[in-house]
Write a protein that binds this ligand. Structure first.
Ligand SMILES: C[S@@+](CC[C@H](N)C(=O)[O-])C[C@H]1O[C@@H](n2cnc3c(N)ncnc32)[C@H](O)[C@@H]1O
Length: 912
């Protein structure tokens, strides 16, 4: 369960009649305990309490109900109960149905409220549901509650008005929700006269059976779309006339309102009773947009981008600089004024803005800086010079686009209240701006320079009815001579396999004429490309959050040389980090942040909390001059030659299972010579047994002497003949053989083509004697054993992860890109002997666990101690060869490898 669902569940519980004996179980159920867990508690099996009638769940909570007025007394009893500490309860909780008290045992924090109010404290109990981002959630408790309530209303309205759920009417439904949200906010913040005007009017004027709720709301909306001077003619009912003129596009067009059932009406009144002053437009916007998406509704926006993550983008992009300038300015009024003027011309542009969270945060942060300037200049309450219209966005979906604009409007009002006071804030708030600065459309088909021109002349579009104007067009253009533009956001990443046909076409349109193999790129490169075009034409910079796939592996040689050729550089970067959010699964993706523009003198790499100033940042996000590691046909270092295993091209007719092989050998032992064990990925990792017919021409007669083998060879011939692939047809002359013929006489060292990211080491293995390999593996044929020590090392794994990248969550191995480029210092005979010993020790350690498979041995949870130790030793020996000691971390490993790579390619040439 996520936080919104929990909030919903406990709100429902608080609305129901209080049943003392049932309350503890219902409470635990609301926090996600399964029916079986509850049943076991009820039967007493897992109820560890030592107080009659109470419920104690191990390592969780001790709950009791009591008679009226005895709450404090009972809480004391729970606190002192030996079972509470013995069973490691984290919370104690008591209620009599009137009063509610609880305590967090570790922190001593308490909650004391009425029973009806306890859902307000849902954040306090979230650790019970295993949700660890409790602090963030408690800070956003209002947004979670509001989302949960609006979600209930939305679902109920769709039930009552199924046609409003159709693709055609959905935008009306979404628009209706946006209007509601505005009204709830306005009635709690004095934008409407008095407090609660909207909700109270509906409660009073609409019938309790809900039959005319839609009409009442429709009239209120009509009022908000009618200018004061037109009111008399509009013949509004007196109660609707109390509402101000708002429009700004929000109340234009149809005032049609969905019909309300009694339940929907009560939900509406319930949402209205919340204190909307507390809304965080950034968080709330991201959450509420999920309500309108059927497939997203389950997650209820808990995947939203957290504010600290957004600041990781905005701070180094431009906010840090503004703060530094503020600091430098001190109290100098002229310098402060210049800074304020500069800020008034800064545009922030998010070309995949969703509900505008990056824009809202940027706006709020800039207003805070401006407020400080104004304070220092003694002008605390002057009107802001930062126009909301400088915070521009493009968003594909209509609801988030609408919410983005609303979120910015709310943010502006809140900032005005905060910095200038309620009275002044109100004076300028209504009617709303009639310009639209959030464009609803496809960012990849729009000209960004016209949506957000760096300089410009006048406004192209003013309208009272922005929702009936085609939005997919460049609409506004404000004077911004000498201004700066910062592009930011979190555009859709979408790897090649998950792209729709249109998305693939968009990549093709945008990139195929500029670079080769553009079809292999993630969708997000389109935003990187458009942003880089933008900043080369205007003075600006951009920073995006993206998956770390853009800074690893095969995408780098495809795109980055082109970007760098424009004279742009990576000015700051956040290395891989988990993009955490408030989802209860909180898996997140691994992301990086790239800040790109014309070269800055100070470049910064962020790694967790650490910040390092560097001279270069390359596309692998390392402080190295190496821009791109390119594939090589031969190893850069004096190491073995690695080739693919063998493509059989045999329709599986040259492969045998264990039984087939045993039967053949039982009849004709001489066939031993032409039946070899066969290793592909599964055989090598999972220990499966497979064999192949490996027939040299000189053994053909022996093979054809066996009827079974003869038939198999004939089937291969037929398969190749029937194949539509001419390269297979060309092989019919030697149907007794795999297409490829790579084989060792003595030793085969195998490397995987892919490897799970969870493993600490790349799995590798050696096989003695003649051994068949398939194209599911790479192999070194008759190379010295010390080569295995290299493949098995942490150094090699980090090189592969960085240079070859990933396929989904697996490392993708490549001989040409990963092995042939791997920089190894010149190895002395002693080094080689030491590494050989290390490889032998790894093999011996595995041997002790025979018949455990590689998959079992390298399971990160279960890796045997002796094997772990053998690998540690291997890393120790190899790393000493590189730098005379162990590396401190993977970053240091990579930095050294890239340094060596530069040296070695300088002497050997970049590509061979
Ligand atoms: C990862 S979300 C980020 C939104 C927001 N910043 C957040 O953190 O929630 C990406 C957004 O890009 C929008 N989007 C996807 N393709 C788009 C396109 N071609 N043009 C404009 N927006 C697009 C999606 O609808 C989504 O709102």
């Amino acid at each position: 369960m996520n936080a919104v669902e929990i909030e919903e569940a406990i709100s429902r519980l608080a609305e129901q009649p209080f049943v003392p004996a049932e309350f503890p179980y219902a409470f635990l159920e609301a926090f996600g305990n399964k029916a079986t867990t509850i049943n076991r508690l009820k039967s007493g099996n897992t109820n560890k309490t030592d107080i009659e009638g109470a419920v104690l769940q191990y390592n969780n909570i001790h709950i009791a109900t009591c008679s009226a007025g005895k709450v404090a007394e009972m809480l004391e009893k729970l606190r002192n109960s030996p079972a509470t500490s013995r069973q490691k309860a984290k919370f104690i909780l008591v209620t009599d149905g009137e009063e509610f008290q609880a305590e967090d045992i570790a922190s001593g924090e308490t909650v004391a409220c009425t029973y009806q109010e306890f859902p307000d404290h849902f954040g306090f109990f979230l650790p019970l549901a295993g949700i660890s981002t409790v602090k963030q959630i408690s800070e956003n408790a209002f947004d979670i509650r509001a989302t949960s309530r609006l979600n209930r209303l939305y679902v109920e309205l769709l039930k009552d008005n199924p046609d409003w759920g159709s693709a055609h009417r959905r935008p009306d439904m979404n628009h209706f929700m946006a209007r509601l949200i505005f009204c709830f906010f306005a009635e709690d913040t004095d934008i409407f006269n008095g407090t609660g005007l909207f909700t109270d009017t509906i409660a009073q004027m609409s019938a309790k059976d809900s039959s005319n709720t839609h009409e009442v709301i429709g009239e209120i909306f009509r009022a908000m779309n009618t200018k004061i001077e037109d009111r008399a003619a509009a013949k509004l009912p007196r109660w609707a006339d109390a509402f101000p003129y708002v429009n700004g596009g929000l109340f234009s067009g149809s005032t049609e309102t969905p019909r309300f059932s009694k339940i929907a009406r009560s939900y509406l009144l319930h949402v209205g009773s919340l204190d909307w002053k507390k809304i965080n437009p950034d968080i709330f916007g991201s959450m509420i947009q999920a309500v309108a998406e059927d497939e997203e509704r389950g997650a209820l926006g808990m995947h939203y981008t957290s504010v600290p993550n957004i600041l990781k983008v905005l701070n180094p992009l431009f906010l840090d600089d503004l703060c530094a300038k503020l600091e430098e300015a001190g109290d100098n009024p002229r310098t402060l004024l210049n800074l304020r003027k500069r800020m008034a011309r800064i545009r922030v542009f998010d070309p995949a803005c969703g509900s505008g969270n990056f824009l809202v945060i940027a706006y709020k942060e800039m207003r805070a800086i401006e407020a400080e300037i104004n304070k220092r200049r003694g002008e605390a309450d002057i009107l802001t010079e930062i126009p909301l219209t400088n915070f521009r966005g493009i968003e594909l979906r209509d609801f988030p686009a609408e919410i983005a604009r609303l979120a910015l409007i709310i943010a502006e009002y809140q900032c005005d209240v905060l910095y200038r006071g309620q009275k002044l804030a109100l004076m300028e708030f209504l009617p709303l701006e009639t310009q639209n600065w959030i464009t609803c459309g496809n960012a990849l088909r729009l000209d960004w320079l016209s949506v957000c021109p760096s300089t410009g002349t006048g406004v192209k579009l003013y309208s009272d009815d922005l929702f009936n104007t085609p939005l997919e067009q460049a609409q506004i253009d404000f004077e911004n001579e000498g201004g700066e533009t910062y592009i930011c956001g979190n555009p859709p990443y979408i790897g090649r396999r998950n792209q729709s046909k249109e998305q693939k076409d968009e990549i093709k349109n945008l990139l195929s004429k500029k670079i080769k193999s553009s079809a292999s790129l993630d969708y997000v490169f389109c935003w990187i490309e458009k942003a880089s075009e933008y900043v080369t034409q205007s003075c600006g910079e951009f920073a995006f959050v993206t998956t770390n796939s853009v800074s690893q592996g095969t995408q780098i040689p495809i795109y980055w040389p082109y970007l760098l050729s424009k004279g742009l550089e990576i000015n700051f970067a956040h290395r891989s980090f988990k993009w955490s959010n408030n989802a209860s699964d909180n898996a997140g993706v691994t992301c990086v942040i790239l800040g790109i523009g014309l070269p800055r003198s100070r470049k910064l790499i962020f790694d967790g909390d650490q910040q390092t100033e560097v001279k270069f940042i390359n596309p692998y996000l390392l402080p190295s001059e190496v821009q791109v590691v390119e594939t090589r046909n031969a190893p850069l270092s004096p190491i073995g030659k690695m080739r693919y295993g063998n493509l059989p091209g045999d329709g599986n007719h040259l492969t045998l299972n264990r039984q087939e092989r045993d039967t053949l050998l039982a009849i004709t032992p001489a066939l031993q010579r032409i039946i070899l064990p066969l290793y592909g990925a599964q055989e090598f990792i999972r220990g499966l047994q497979r064999y192949c017919l490996w027939i040299d021409d000189s053994d053909l007669e022996l093979a054809l002497g066996n009827e079974f083998i003869q038939k198999r060879i004939e089937k291969v011939r037929q398969t190749r003949l029937d194949s539509p692939d001419p390269s297979y047809n060309a092989l019919i002359g030697r149907p007794h053989q795999f297409r490829d013929r790579n084989i060792a006489e003595n030793i085969t060292i195998i490397a995987p083509t892919i490897c799970s990211e969870n493993r600490k080491y790349l799995p590798t293995a050696t096989y003695q004697g003649k051994t068949g390999t398939t194209n599911q593996v790479y192999a070194l044929y008759d190379a010295p054993l010390w080569n295995m020590a290299l493949i098995a090392s942490r150094l090699h794994l980090v090189w592969i992860a960085t240079v070859c990248g990933k396929l989904k969550t697996d490392f993708r191995y490549s001989n040409t890109l990963g092995w042939n480029t791997f920089p190894v210092p010149t190895l002395t005979e002693k080094n080689k002997a030491d590494l050989t010993r290390c490889a032998e020790d790894i093999l011996l350690a595995r041997e002790e666990h025979f018949p455990a498979t590689i998959a079992e041995l390298y399971d990160p949870e279960k890796m045997p101690e002796n094997l772990r130790h053998a690998h540690e030793r291997n890393d120790e020996v190899l790393e000493r060869i590189y730098i005379g000691r162990r590396f401190k971390n993977d970053t240091e490993r990579l930095e050294k490898l890239f340094e060596l790579y530069i040296k070695m390619t300088a002497t050997k040439g970049k590509i061979s």
